[in-house]
Design a protein around this ligand. Structure first.
Ligand code: SAH
Ligand code: SF4
Ligand code: F3S
Length: 450
């Protein structure tokens, strides 16, 4: 590489959306590191700023444009004094609205989708030559085959994408369009990446995919492996202590995966299993291909396999055609399952999806009222679950400093945030903590053995 490329330059990445985007941002940092880019938390001094965007709901795009406005100011100020600053838009908004971004924001240098960021070195070269870059292909060769072997940007708790894209086509969702068709990596590739992450200090790995339990990667034995088999193999790796996976579809929860929850101690007893609605009529209109009772049955099987398992979910409130009764059915499903936590979103029409053409819209005021009622119930359940942990001793993986001096912050097996006073040397370790307080969004605890 020529000298200017190896000089230290600052890279600022802002990430929205799902964990896949978090993983992608880390991989972008890995790719740019040999070109001399070092990550920074602040855009002020950055030589390259990347917005890794999400297109899932309408507001997501608005946020990107308001953030771009701020970055433009930094760019102009720096360039006034002779610097060169590059602005890139990546991720799902870039994929869906790439041309529009280039047109509306002439100061943006590069636009690239989730499947092409491995080509960043070539793109940077072009942009350095003052060519505006747009790259929203779905290349035939997967980016995973071309990403660097370095995994410097992840710590004790790491993400590993094992599957990408989605063929389910829920009628409200942009993911099949922005991420493309479903694709599973090979087991050998995944195990290799897991080993590299562990060598780099990872004790917890979260396996990622838009439909992670639809994973069907080729195994080293030439057979197709499901997620259960992959998890059992990962669990044999020394140094790895915790395994999680997200996000799952209820239809792909097969018996082997359910059994793994009972048999694999390293698999954490917490599962994010989005259902979207408790009404069969709405589930059908969403093209979810399961009923509310199918979902209840999956939850029951998982509880039979692992009695202490806790659940979270996603619900969409105010989908076209949702009546008071349909909404009540969603509330009832929440009462039946008893979630540890739950996300709920007001339906947002996404251009190009089948639901965007549906006529029987729910009035925004009604959808907002339902959302408030829904979130009240969820908050009650979340507090109840967190309080039910008080008095228990849980293994906490401390991975950052707490707000107060002398405090560390970590995650319980149920993925709750736990604050405790603890020595710095306990950072990056799983420590036995007695839970002393349970609140809406976090727990407090006392370290048992110092
Ligand atoms: N693959 C996951 C979810 C991906 S998107 C799954 O199958 O469940 C994350 C969440 O965003 C979804 O679970 C859904 O609750 C929400 N979401 C997706 N599209 C939406 C839309 N058009 N309006 C509101 N919420 C939406
Ligand atoms: Fe979207 Fe449905 Fe695929 Fe999830 S399963 S990513 S909600 S289309
Ligand atoms: Fe958003 Fe794309 Fe993830 S739309 S939720 S960043 S797959």
């Amino acid at each position: 590489m020529a000298a200017p490329d190896t000089a230290k330059k600052k890279l600022f990445i802002k990430t929205w959306g799902c964990q896949m985007n978090v993983y992608d941002s880390k991989r972008m940092a890995d790719i740019l590191s040999p070109l001399g880019y070092q990550e920074t938390d602040s855009p002020d001094q950055a030589d390259m700023m990347i917005l890794n965007t999400c297109h899932i709901r309408e507001k997501a795009t608005d946020k990107v444009f308001s953030e771009l406005g701020r970055l433009r100011e930094h760019k102009e100020e720096r360039e006034k004094v002779g610097g060169k600053v590059m602005i890139a838009v990546a991720g799902c908004v870039a994929q869906a609205e790439g041309d529009f971004i280039l047109e509306r924001a002439p100061y943006v240098d590069m636009v690239f989708g989730p499947q092409t960021y491995h080509e960043l070195p070539e793109m940077v070269l072009k942009a350095n030559g003052n060519e505006r870059v747009i790259n929203t292909d779905f290349p035939a060769v997967s980016k995973f085959d071309l990403l660097p072997d370095e995994h410097k940007s992840q710590g004790v708790s790491a993400f590993l994408s094992i599957q990408e894209g989605c063929d389910k086509f829920c009628t409200f969702c942009v993911v099949p369009y922005t991420r493309g068709a479903e694709y599973s990596r090979t087991a050998a590739e995944i195990l290799h990446e897991a080993r590299r992450l562990i060598e780099n200090g990872a004790k917890e790995i979260t396996l990622l995919g838009q439909n992670v339990n639809a994973f069907h990667g080729e195994g080293p034995d030439g057979k197709v492996w499901g997620l259960g088999r992959l998890i059992r193999t990962l669990a044999d790796m020394d140094g790895l202590e915790r395994i999680r996976y997200t996000t799952s579809h209820p239809r792909d929860m097969d018996d082997d995966l359910i059994a793994a929850h009972g048999e694999v101690a390293k698999l954490m007893p917490f599962l994010h299993l989005p259902v979207q609605s408790g009404s069969d009529k709405i589930l059908k209109a969403m093209n979810r291909k399961h009923t509310a009772d199918d979902y209840r049955a999956v939850i029951e099987k998982l509880r039979a396999a692992r009695p202490d398992i806790a659940f979270s979910s996603d619900f969409i409130i105010g989908f076209p055609g949702e009546t008071d009764q349909d909404f009540e059915d969603s509330l009832q499903l929440v009462r039946d399952v008893r979630y540890a936590s739950c996300y709920s979103f007001k339906y947002s029409a996404r251009p190009g999806t089948p639901a965007a053409n549906m006529q029987n819209l729910v009035h925004d005021r009604i959808a907002s009222e339902r959302l408030i009622r829904f979130q009240q119930l969820i908050n009650e359940q979340q507090i109840a679950f967190n309080q039910s942990c008080v008095g228990k001793t849980l293994g906490i993986l401390f991975d950052r400093k707490g707000k107060k001096d002398g405090q560390l912050l970590g995650r319980s097996p149920y993925n709750q945030s736990v604050h405790a006073f603890a020595k710095d040397r306990l950072m990056n370790h799983i420590v036995e903590v007695e839970i002393t307080g349970g609140f809406e969004n976090s727990l407090t605890g006392e370290v048992l053995k110092i």
